[in-house]
Design a protein around this ligand. Structure first.
Ligand SMILES: [Fe+2]
Length: 216
């Protein structure tokens, strides 16, 4: 069971950090572990965009909540770029000449705690850009310069074969929703709540997925 400080996800940061450093996050510590990443690393720049990484992810989640989307989608938007902080490859820069696969790193960190709707949205948010560029010609106009740059590193628009395979994913609709939230979350003027606002929701999504009393 979670201790009282872990239930609201806003405290116990040091404990989460210690535990994560030693053995990786657990069911009890994952909400604080993720909050700790926002707190320690969220000021990092985001891919040459005019927002920090934390602002970017919080904006996507906030927009999703305002649109009344399911909690799993809100949480997926909140965590979609978490792999930039958990990957040994570090964060992207405009000087990169090869892709860093942050989407896989993020999905791996979340896989023990979150349902596939969340991990698929994280794992495939880059693929979704390649998919949308191939299937919706106007989508390319929405991309920022940094996103166009990374698209080239990520393989460019999908081939017809890749499109057909991608469309078999049962979470396709949600993956695309998170991709649009990703593009929308780059507004330097937007005010959002901080991670603590979303932490109880993150806890609910984890608990719904793992069930009562289950241990990660
Ligand atoms: Fe993003």
């Amino acid at each position: 069971m979670s201790g009282p400080e872990a239930k609201d996800g806003t405290a116990g940061v040091n404990r989460a950090t210690d535990a994560a450093t030693k053995a990786g996050p657990t069911r009890d510590t994952i909400v604080d572990f993720l909050g700790d990443i926002f707190e320690r690393c969220g000021d990092a720049g985001y891919l040459g965009e005019p927002v920090t990484m934390a602002q970017h992810m919080l904006q996507g989640a906030w927009l999703a909540e305002q649109q009344g989307l399911p909690e799993e989608v809100i949480v997926a938007a909140l965590l979609h770029d978490i792999g930039h902080f958990t990957s040994e490859f570090g964060t992207f820069s405009m000087q990169d000449t090869q892709d860093r696969y942050h989407e896989d790193a993020g999905a791996e960190v979340l896989a023990d705690f979150f349902p596939s709707i969340v991990t698929d949205c994280v794992r495939y948010h880059v693929a979704a850009k390649r998919y949308l560029c191939a299937t919706r010609p106007s989508y390319n106009d929405r991309l920022s310069e940094a996103s166009k740059h990374s698209l080239i590193l990520q393989g460019g628009p999908m081939s017809p074969e890749e499109v057909a395979k991608f469309e078999t994913n049962p979470n396709l609709e949600r993956i695309i929703q998170v991709r649009y939230l990703d593009e929308a979350g780059k507004d330097p003027e937007m005010i959002t709540p901080d991670y603590g606002h979303f932490a109880p929701m993150v806890r609910r999504v984890v608990d719904r997925h793992l069930g009562p009393g289950a241990e990660a």
